[in-house]
Design a protein around this ligand. Structure first.
Ligand SMILES: *[C@@H]1O[C@H](CO)[C@@H](O)[C@H](O)[C@H]1NC(C)=O
Ligand SMILES: *[C@@H]1O[C@H](CO)[C@@H](O)[C@H](O)[C@H]1NC(C)=O
Ligand SMILES: *[C@@H]1O[C@H](CO)[C@@H](O)[C@H](O)[C@H]1NC(C)=O
Length: 385
């Protein structure tokens, strides 16, 4: 008689499967965050190099300027909080920085591709993603040289093993899209250079992998056509505006970029077999918030909170924290913004702390991720089962 004993093969398979399952449903215990990006996640880089973001930036949470283009915390701050890690010091910040649990290489105005114009000419940061990589590379090497000296260096710099136990986060690409438009390129011309932008993005992710990076959390780019600085600066004609009041052509380019970014991430999964790469659809979350603001307790989704004049309460010449003369009196731009906790747009370019928190709350659990992995499990290649 034939007995139905489980074969060695079946047992091995079951053990393997449960190992995979067990592993992928545990928290990752990230020891550090290394962030790369633009103003959406700059915690002090541009401020350290080119002048502090003035008050009222930072007023809602830090009670003063804190290197962020926001009234308070950014998504990257909420991410650090939720992982039990301190807020990230900007790599460029020479004063008061503590890199024991990571570093932030993002600067406001950063692009993936280096631009052929200065910050003064175009407003784009010279610290493009390739430069952020040079800085990370140097940070990695030198932090270990100094850590060996002990004393305070040991308290301020990450351990060697933390580089592979870190989460590498990205929020960059928005400025690569606007850069072309600000040079008067057509939508077709902007679309045409997106493959080059993403090639350069992939190169940097591969370099980081080469240095031991294994967990990558990649935000796609937001609906840039809903932001006052884009709508104000680039001529929008009737028929180009969608039901939410956003400029369609620019959002379409952002969505095209995101489709290609998702493909680039899929390619990286093939090229980097030991990496966990999570693509996060921040676009959809931001667009939902802007297009259904009222439903979520927000008001005036297309108006800047800290701004001055015009349809969008935004003036390119005098930004948030600047000074204007009203009835002969000098007034700080931003003072009329009473309640940033119900506004989505902070200064015409960036989101308020309240909006950042709202977005973070929706992306943290993996609902908008591919694969659907929560932030705290982003070291796993497969969703929890
Ligand atoms: C800058 O100029 C170089 C040389 O002409 C070109 O290869 C590169 O694509 C340009 N970069 C951008 C962002 O336009
Ligand atoms: C740096 O931050 C870590 C973690 O928050 C803390 O334990 C350490 O004391 C800090 N070091 C200094 C010198 O402040
Ligand atoms: C783009 O076009 C506008 C309007 O014609 C012009 O004022 C501006 O100088 C142009 N910008 C560039 C970078 O060519």
């Amino acid at each position: 008689m034939k007995t139905h004993r489980p074969s060695f093969f079946t047992i091995t398979l079951v053990v393997l499967l449960s190992a995979v399952r067990g592993e992928s449903s545990t928290d990752c215990d990230f020891r550090a965050i290394f962030n790369f990006g633009d103003s959406n996640s700059d915690t002090g880089g541009l401020s350290a190099a080119f002048g502090q973001a003035p008050p009222p930036h930072g007023e809602s949470f830090f009670h003063g300027p804190a290197g962020r283009y926001c009234d308070g915390r950014l998504k990257i701050d909420f991410m650090a909080e939720s992982l039990g890690l301190p807020y990230l010091s900007a790599y460029l910040d020479a004063v008061g920085s503590n890199f024991s649990h990571g570093a932030n290489f993002a600067t406001a105005g950063s692009t993936i591709r280096p631009q052929n114009s200065t910050l003064h000419q175009s407003g784009f940061s010279p610290i493009s993603l390739n430069v952020q990589w040079y800085q990370f590379n140097d940070f990695h090497r030198r932090s270990q040289i100094f850590r060996k000296q002990g004393a305070v260096f040991k308290q301020l710099l990450p351990k060697a093993e933390d580089f592979s136990r870190a989460l590498y986060t990205f929020d960059i690409g928005q400025n690569d899209l606007t850069a072309g438009y600000f040079l008067n390129m057509s939508t077709d011309e902007v679309r045409a250079y997106i493959p080059d932008v993403l090639d350069q993005f992939k190169t940097v992710v591969k370099y980081l992998y080469g240095q031991g990076g294994r967990s990558f959390w990649i935000h796609n780019t937001g609906p840039v056509g809903c932001l006052p600085y884009v709508m104000d600066r680039l001529l929008i004609t009737a028929g180009q505006v969608d039901r939410a009041g956003c400029a369609n052509p620019f959002n379409e380019v952002a969505q095209h970029f995101n489709k290609k970014l998702k493909e680039a991430v899929a390619q990286l999964r093939v090229d980097l077999p030991h990496a966990a790469l999570t693509y996060v659809d921040v676009y959809s979350v931001k667009y939902t918030l802007i297009s259904r603001a009222k439903q979520f307790g927000f008001v005036h989704p297309l108006r800047a909170c800290c701004g001055h004049g015009g349809k969008y309460n935004y003036n390119k010449q005098v930004g948030c924290g600047g000074k204007v003369k009203i009835n002969g009196k000098e007034v700080l731009v931003g003072k009329p913004c009473q309640d940033p906790s119900v506004m989505i747009n902070w200064d015409g370019v960036h989101y308020t702390q309240a909006a950042n928190k709202w977005v973070f709350d929706r992306i943290a659990d993996g609902s908008f991720s591919d694969p659907p992995i929560p932030l705290r499990m982003a070291c796993h290649r497969h969703p929890p089962s």
